[in-house]
Design a protein around this ligand. Structure first.
Ligand code: SF4
Ligand code: SF4
Ligand code: SF4
Ligand code: FES
Length: 948
């Protein structure tokens, strides 16, 4: 394996149908009009020396190294900023140009430390390369003049350093921060010789606006901005392309290695989801893979009060299998089940559902999508016939109006958030529907045209009010609806939304949003050009989550905002493979490809392939498994890569359910909170240690490639296979590619997928079949796939969870950029520097009423429980609303969330909990007891570690 190097064409590609033909160094070439001379030359293999240019940034023209001669023109223009013209004749190598370039380079080098041999970038430095390319052998001016050699380093960022002595002030970092990331954290301070790169108001990077995305580090042509891992370990030797294991954007990276040691994750320019960009998590937060907390040997114990006993893999697997068999023999076939993980690969989730259906003989399989996007599956499946987002991320480039509902892309889907910001800076309009003032409402060079700060729990009322305006003001796209949707259902729906009780004025009391804002936003959405909706868990995690998804679908169909680039309905998936876990049959009522378990034809496919009889009845969902456990009917569970004690609502109930079981098998990287209730612990593997695929939010299937041996001995798919074989249901896959072949053989929407195709195309978006052998970037072009579009009446039913005298505030929850989900991975990285604890955001008015000062410990109480955390006083939240993240286990935010859930899918109502907040002296009783238990578990873990 060698190091993958992508070609840098110097300036971005230009989209133009018109071509221009020119001659460069005697060779004729045709390129799209508007292309720079530099890029045109590179496309024919001629590399013009450059320092300030990079094809991920707009041309800047500051270094003057890329000069060329053009016949008929005076002077030596910069090739990066000069566009081609038909008939142009260009020379890139003449004695005059060589002399000029050498002179420029001499000036740079005269103010550059001559420590190449000991520099961390030695061999990977553009300044060094270009000095060689222009033939610089000596510096006539010497090194004694004015210089910047005494400037101090900024090492405040945990992942990279800024060493100004090496800076050539090329501006690439500043432009990367503006153009690619959209944060505007960097500037060039001073003029002329005094010019220096400065973060924020001349602050250390860590204290500035910088979000540590790494774009500036990647853009820097010298060792000025440099990964600390490279400084500490050295430059990588080889690399492989793989996919980020954090969020549903699915960024592709080159995992750059020395032997089996990961040196850095470099965003892959050809990655179709990220186009070479990254966020702090995927780029830098991979240290958890080597964290000392990782459990590497299997453990068992007879009861949860006993210490863990380290055992061999054979013993652990045999013990788990015999326990599951014993439980089924005693309590019946349906007394056991499993949970698959949206963090694991498609192949691994496929195997878990196969084990449950084939070895356990029931459909008691569920997944963490239950607590996030299950309403998406239900709502979009009902309306459009396919349970997935309709667009690819590139579609945003054709969008004129972006509507974001209950999502916070710059924190939770940061690379797509940056892409969105770019489109908004180009002029697209923005509507934000969110109780909280998320960053996109106002961020450098972006301001929402409408922010509708609705009351938590009133989504359906608001969306129906938007539809009311569309219908009553004649903004329906009737041609689209007549052609693609059930017309009579549309008429019923239109009559319903047009009722006066659904008008913005009538719903204002429930939503808290002024009617004129709703009317303005509806008009903009319906008439502003290509309109696209992006939504997140602020839509789904409600008692009316499925109804809200249906209301979104109604709005998009009524305005004809489907079936072409630039429009659509796009759920932003939280975890890296939540789309894939759902696709792979992780729900108790569906086989892979969303086919119902009662469908005889599909069942026969699996029965004949697997050689077993499969249960006809849908199985239990996670909440039902827990209820059934408390009732004594469900006694064994296999949980792969999930921490339900932390991620699921009503922690007390989850704990009671787990405690009531006789065999809880947890497979994970760390002794997570759920493992406190486990009898068998099977150590899991990281995404770096196995092959497979993830499917991102745009249905894009991408390869995960093994770059190091699993520290625990096995990939997660192998562990499931071992367990299945011990249960007597044989699996004999030699490689995950064989699992994908079985998925393709048995799942129509995956029929054309294979590892060979993924290697060839980098990725494909399902459906991928005979009709679309290279996948489907935009769905529903020309019509909905399965049936005509269905309009469903969305009657608003207020949540039973309401603010009242005892609990007067509404709590809603979300994520922060530096952390991921329950924080199991990111808390074990340097990312804690940005977010060491969860805080409770509270409006100044509510804080004042309660006598709460910023940073003070407060008690957060609901009817379900109580916890304490520190207050953060901010007007990002409206009066009456409080907000927290849930990344730290000691916060125990889910102790206060209730057992209310979506009517159709049981997705918990995480986003609305009536609470009271008051000053507090310290942790709640529950937190204390939890801390003691966690400490006990940690001690046991340490005992095991010490015994090693
Ligand atoms: S790391 Fe990202 S946000 Fe920070 S300065 Fe660099 S480009 Fe800007
Ligand atoms: S830090 Fe790097 S990218 Fe930024 S101006 Fe200096 S040399 Fe250029
Ligand atoms: S945006 Fe998501 S997929 Fe991309 S690097 Fe960040 S966490 Fe990973
Ligand atoms: S690369 Fe063209 S001026 Fe710097």
């Amino acid at each position: 394996m060698s190091l993958i190097k992508e070609i840098d064409y110097g300036t971005p590609a230009v989209k133009s149908e018109k071509m221009a033909t020119l001659t460069i160094d005697g060779v004729e070439i045709a390129v799209p009009e508007g292309t720079s001379i530099m890029r045109a030359a590179m496309e024919m293999g001629t590399e013009i020396p450059k320092l300030c240019a990079s094809d991920s940034l707009e041309a800047f023209g500051s270094c003057r190294l890329c000069l060329v001669e053009i016949e008929g023109r005076n002077g030596t223009p910069a090739s990066c900023t000069t566009p081609v013209a038909p008939g142009m004749v260009v020379r890139t190598q003449t004695p005059r140009l060589k002399a000029l370039r050498k002179g420029v380079m001499e000036l740079y080098i005269s103010d550059h430390p001559l420590d190449c041999l000991t520099c961390a970038a030695n061999g990977d430095c553009e300044l060094q390369t270009q000095a060689g390319a222009v033939g610089l052998r000596e510096v006539r001016y010497g090194y004694e003049g004015a210089n910047h050699f005494d400037e101090g380093k900024d090492e405040s960022n945990p992942y990279f350093t800024y060493d100004p002595t090496k800076c050539i002030v090329c501006n690439r970092c500043v432009r990367a921060c503006e153009e690619v990331q959209g944060t505007y954290a960097l500037t060039i301070d001073g003029r002329g010789f005094q010019s220096r790169v400065s973060a924020g108001q001349a602050e250390p990077f860590l204290e500035s606006e910088c979000v540590s995305c790494g774009a500036c580090v990647q853009a820097c042509p010298t060792a000025t901005l440099m990964e600390k891992s490279v400084i500490e370990i050295g430059l990588p030797e080889h690399s492989a392309v793989t996919t980020c294991a954090y969020c549903g954007v699915g960024c592709t990276f080159k995992a750059e290695m020395r032997g089996e040691e990961l040196i850095r994750m470099m965003p892959y320019k050809d990655g179709k989801a990220n186009h070479g960009h990254s966020c702090v998590k995927g780029r830098f937060a991979w240290g958890y893979a080597n964290h000392r907390d990782r459990i590497l040997n299997p453990m068992i114990r007879a009861s949860i009060d006993e210490p863990w006993r380290e055992v061999s893999w054979e013993e652990a697997i045999a013990h788990a299998a015999s326990e599951f068999k014993r439980i089924q023999a005693t309590y019946g076939r349906r007394a056991v089940g499993g949970i698959s993980s949206s963090r694991c690969t498609n192949e691994e989730t496929y195997l878990v559902q196969k084990l449950i259906r084939g070895a356990f003989g029931n459909n008691n399989i569920d997944t963490c999508a239950r607590v996030c996007h299950s309403p998406t599956g239900y709502g979009l499946g009902t309306a459009f016939g396919t349970s997935a987002g309709t667009q690819d991320f590139d579609s945003i480039d054709d969008t004129d109006v972006v509507m974001i509902i209950g999502a916070n892309p710059t924190d939770a889907h940061p690379v797509f958030g940056s892409r969105m910001k770019k489109r908004l800076r180009e002029g697209a309009k923005l509507i934000v529907v969110d109780p909280r003032r998320i960053d996109l409402v106002r961020t450098p060079h972006v301001e929402a045209d409408y922010h509708l700060p609705l009351q938590p729990g009133s989504n359906v009322a608001l969306l129906t009010a938007l539809a009311h305006v569309v219908v009553t003001e004649g903004l329906v796209n009737e041609a689209f609806v007549r052609e693609r949707c059930e017309w009579s259902e549309f008429q019923d729906w239109a009559a319903f939304v047009a009722e006066p009780r659904n008008s913005p004025e009538a719903t204002e009391k429930a939503t808290g949003v002024p009617a004129d804002l709703v009317r303005g936003a509806a008009r903009l959405y319906a008439t502003g050009g290509n309109a696209a909706i992006y939504y997140g868990l602020g839509v789904t995690e409600h008692s009316q989550g499925s109804t809200t998804v249906l209301a979104i679908a109604n709005l998009a169909m009524a305005t004809g905002s489907l079936g072409r680039p630039g429009v659509g309905v796009n759920p932003l998936r939280g975890q890296n493979n939540v789309q894939g876990a759902c696709d792979m049959g992780s729900f108790p009522h569906e086989y892979p490809g969303y086919r119902h378990v009662s469908d005889d034809g599909t069942r026969e496919v699996y029965e004949s392939l697997w050689g077993v009889e499969i249960d006809h009845e849908p199985g239990l969902r996670i909440p039902n498994m827990l209820d059934s456990a408390v009732e004594g009917a469900f006694l064994g569970i296999y949980i792969q890569g999930e921490d339900i004690l932390q991620s699921d609502p009503d922690t007390h109930h989850v704990a009671a359910g787990l405690k009531a079981m006789e065999c809880v098998v947890v497979q994970d990287l760390f002794l997570n909170e759920t493992a406190n209730y486990a009898h068998v612990f099977l150590p899991g593997s990281t995404f770096l240690e196995k092959d497979g695929t993830f499917t991102n939010a745009e249905r894009r299937i991408q390869r995960v490639r093994k770059v190091m041996s699993p520290k625990n001995g096995y990939g997660d798919w192998e562990i499931t296979q071992l367990l299945s074989n011990a249960l007597g249901f044989e699996m004999n896959y030699a490689h995950p590619g064989e699992i994908m072949d079985e998925i393709a053989r048995t799942t129509p929407s995956f029929a054309g997928v294979s590892y060979a195709k993924l290697d060839e195309l980098d990725s494909v978006q399902w459906p991928c079949d005979e009709a679309a052998p290279e996948g489907t970037p935009v769905m529903h072009i020309g019509g909905f796939a399965a049936h005509k579009g269905k309009f469903v009446i969305t009657e608003y039913v207020a949540s039973d969870e309401r603010a009242g005298p005892r609990f007067p505030l509404l709590l809603t929850t979300g994520r922060i950029l530096s952390h991921y989900n329950v924080g199991a991975q990111t808390r074990r990285t340097e990312n804690v520097a940005w977010h060491p604890e969860d805080r409770l955001e509270i409006h100044p008015h509510d804080a004042e009423q309660r006598g709460i000062a910023d940073g003070e410990c407060v008690s957060l109480r609901s009817r379900a429980g109580e916890t304490t955390l520190r207050a953060l006083i901010t007007d990002r939240v409206a009066p009456g609303v409080v907000y927290t993240t849930f990344h730290h286990p000691t916060t125990q935010a889910n102790v206060v969330t209730t057992d209310f859930s979506d009517w159709a899918t049981n997705c918990p109502e995480f986003k609305v909990t009536a609470v009271q907040v008051s000053r507090s002296n310290g942790p709640s009783d529950w937190q204390e007891s939890y801390r003691k238990q966690a400490e006990h578990s940690r001690r046991i873990g340490q005992t095991v570690e010490a015994a090693e």
